[in-house]
Ligand binder design. Structure first.
Ligand code: FES
Length: 174
């Protein structure tokens, strides 16, 4: 797997110390639709296996790429009554990602790996989704937040597109 241009792979806990102020400022510097953009990062998805979370450094933030299984995608429909914003009406994502799986391609999930509460980095818990270690907010595998924790919104989805079947460009929509 190759990651070009600022494609520094981060460890599971690296980049976890973003502050609430930094996260808020970063959101506010996005485009009019609120979707964060910036110099694109290219990612080769050819060798990305299902279930492996790839973490990239983009705009000094951790950005996740995760390939989800058909079973995991089907499970997204099963807990929507428990979510704060199941339809992503009050969350930040490109318009084309306002769907149940919150992605352009159903299996490939791309998100900013910062909790929308105070900006910590949630941890992947397999098919259970992502759990934030500091205040226990919990997100499903589409980055949709459960009501049980303090996070107010779903994980942010940045602008991205596919230059080809296996080449993902993060930071630009075309
Ligand atoms: Fe994630 Fe508080 S920063 S729950």
């Amino acid at each position: 797997m190759r990651v070009k241009r600022r494609g520094l792979l981060l460890g599971a806990s690296a980049g976890a110390a973003a502050t609430a102020i930094g996260l808020t400022n970063w959101w506010q510097t996005g485009q009019a639709d609120g979707v964060p953009r910036g110099s694109p990062v290219a990612v080769d998805l050819q060798d990305l296996p299902t279930g492996k979370l790839l973490t990239l450094n983009w705009q000094d933030k951790p950005v996740w790429v995760l390939r989800r299984s058909p079973t995991e995608l089907a499970a997204l429909a099963g807990h929507e009554a428990l979510l704060t914003d199941a339809d992503s009406q009050h969350s930040v994502q490109p318009p084309a990602c306002r769907n149940r799986h919150r992605s352009l391609k159903p299996d490939i999930f791309v998100a900013v790996g910062l909790c929308t509460h105070l900006g910590c980095t949630p941890q992947l818990r397999g098919a259970d989704g992502f759990t934030c270690p500091c205040h226990a907010s919990h997100y499903d595998l589409a980055g949709r937040v459960f009501r049980v924790g303090p996070a107010p919104a779903n994980l942010v989805i940045p602008a991205y597109h596919f230059a080809s079947d296996n080449r993902l460009m993060i930071g630009t929509s075309a």
